[in-house]
Design a protein around this ligand. Structure first.
Ligand SMILES: NC(=O)C1=CN([C@@H]2O[C@H](COP(=O)(O)OP(=O)(O)OC[C@H]3O[C@@H](n4cnc5c(N)ncnc54)[C@H](O)[C@@H]3O)[C@@H](O)[C@H]2O)C=CC1
Ligand SMILES: CC(=O)N[C@@H]1[C@@H](OP(=O)(O)OP(=O)(O)OC[C@H]2O[C@@H](n3ccc(=O)[nH]c3=O)[C@H](O)[C@@H]2O)O[C@H](C(=O)O)[C@@H](O)[C@@H]1O
Length: 420
């Protein structure tokens, strides 16, 4: 795709619709570099928090950036949209349960909400992860019904976000960016949004390719975690430490097995593969099987814990870890929570803590254990800090007759063969 870049109108004002995990970092990095940003969210608490620079996210980096003077001068939030050169849509795209069909109502509501502010010449750029053909089959007709000619008087692009929760402010700048456009001019105008801060490359394509690309990335990861989980289950049946075998297999120059875990959580991996299944169920056998393997892991984990504590009459259990993965506070679709819910349902006495999750944290692990006197400590999420604390307390736990059960990366440090 090519068009004369000198014809591309500048983007001085960006309206970000949905200022959550994806929309807010974009709003912040744009405002830091001098773009006038208007953040729009239907959640008044978020709007107030942005305007008062008083976010209660556990990640201090959001707060620090929000308090920056340049950001304060360039970022304003509201529950209602306004006019601007570009509208970035970063609202949720969850699944409907139990059908696992995509719920596009947020994207549709977001588009609907900006229609009164379009007057010709604006760009709409969707960052939300969307099923293939959403732009063509949902967004384009909405714009046409409102009297616009997408691609002509309104530009339309899809630039899926790829930031890794936990490393957001680095990846938003350094990741390469794929931008699909309804035409070349739309894609190139969307690129203008990112130019003020992006260090990665921009790759221009069409709308459906950008939609598919994002889904394929997360599906690739999900399927590969499922493979690691399946290997781990084989190892367990055979009484072999598969973390160790995986580390050996990964010495092959073309093998990179991921790590088995207690399940796949978060906002995206458990969701996005189903978007592919929705459009082509005939060709998503491997993908849906992988999803089911990963979905089964919390109950497999709960079963392992039950087996390990079968010798206690009424064990008092402390579980450490509630976030969906290490070193984050995000609890969305958390496998750890599912494991705990399953144990609670069995009637076990479980107390649940997580260093990074508001309302679940504790001062020091040792004083917590001294207060509660548990029989068993289960580490479900290997946050670095928690792993460090537990490693420091190993001898103390043994002396105090507290059994330790660990899952995830922290369980088995990779041993060189010479030490086996
Ligand atoms: N969480 C992540 O790290 C990543 C998420 N994504 C995708 O980005 C999209 C957004 O995800 P998150 O930011 O995590 O969700 P989120 O739930 O953190 O934020 C979405 C925000 O949109 C607001 N909202 C909903 N409807 C609205 C409307 N009509 N107008 C204005 N605001 C509205 C919500 O109140 C919420 O604050 C999803 O499609 C997700 O799959 C993509 C990459 C990474
Ligand atoms: C392809 C890819 O790496 N996508 C990223 C992913 O972020 P997310 O935090 O969901 O991914 P993650 O770190 O793989 O974690 C997902 C889940 O998978 C588990 N997990 C992950 C890797 C692994 O080897 N074993 C494992 O069990 C994690 O513990 C977690 O429960 O999804 C994000 C998204 O789309 O929201 C995306 O922006 C990120 O770049």
């Amino acid at each position: 795709m090519s068009s004369d870049p000198t014809n591309i109108a500048p983007i001085d004002e960006v309206v970000v619709i949905g200022t959550g995990f994806v929309g807010l970092p974009l709003a912040l990095v744009l405002a830091e570099r001098g773009t006038q940003v208007y953040g729009v969210d239907i959640d008044e608490n978020i709007v107030d928090a942005i305007n008062n620079a008083s976010l209660n996210f556990s990640s201090g980096e959001f707060q620090t950036r929000l308090q920056n003077e340049t950001v304060q001068a360039n970022l304003e939030a509201s529950t209602e949209p306004t006019t601007g050169d570009a509208f970035v849509i970063s609202v949720p795209t969850p699944l409907q349960e139990p059908s696992k069909s995509p719920d596009l109502s947020y994207v549709e509501a977001a588009i609907e909400s900006i229609l009164p502010y379009l007057d010709g010449g604006e760009l709409i750029n969707i960052e939300s992860t969307i099923p293939p053909l959403t732009c063509e089959q949902h967004v384009v007709p909405m714009l046409e019904d409102a009297g616009f000619a997408p691609g002509e008087d309104i530009q339309l692009a899809h630039s899926p976000e790829r930031i890794l929760p936990g490393n957001v402010f680095e990846e938003i700048v350094t990741n390469d960016r794929v931008i699909g456009g309804i035409n070349s001019k739309s894609a190139q105008r969307a690129a203008k949004i990112y130019e003020p801060f992006l260090e990665g490359e921009i790759y221009i394509t069409n709308l459906v390719s950008a939609e598919l690309c994002k889904l394929m990335e997360n599906t690739f990861r999900d399927v590969n975690v499922a493979l690691a989980n399946e290997f781990a289950l084989i190892g367990e049946d055979m009484g072999v430490d598969m973390d160790h075998v995986i580390s050996l297999a990964n010495k092959h120059p073309r093998v990179e097995i991921l790590y088995p875990g207690i399940g796949v959580g978060g906002h995206c991996l458990p969701v996005d593969p189903w978007f592919l299944n929705e459009v082509d169920p005939e060709h998503t056998n491997l993908i849906t099987t992988a999803r089911r393997i990963n979905d089964k892991m919390p109950s497999v984990t709960a079963k392992k814990i039950r087996r390990a504590i079968a010798g206690y009459d009424t064990p008092k259990i402390i579980v450490l870890g509630a976030a969906y993965k290490p070193n984050t506070y995000d609890q969305r679709n958390s496998p750890a929570q599912e494991v705990v819910d399953s144990l609670l349902l069995d009637g076990y006495d479980v107390q649940h803590y997580d260093r990074h999750v508001d309302g679940m944290t504790y001062e020091s692990l040792q004083s917590l254990l001294e207060k509660i006197h548990p029989d068993v400590v289960v580490q479900l999420v290997p946050h670095d800090e928690t792993t460090h604390e537990i490693n420091e307390l190993q001898d103390w736990l043994t002396t105090n007759d507290i059994e330790l059960i660990r899952f995830g990366e922290a369980k088995t440090p990779t041993q060189p063969l010479s030490e086996l």
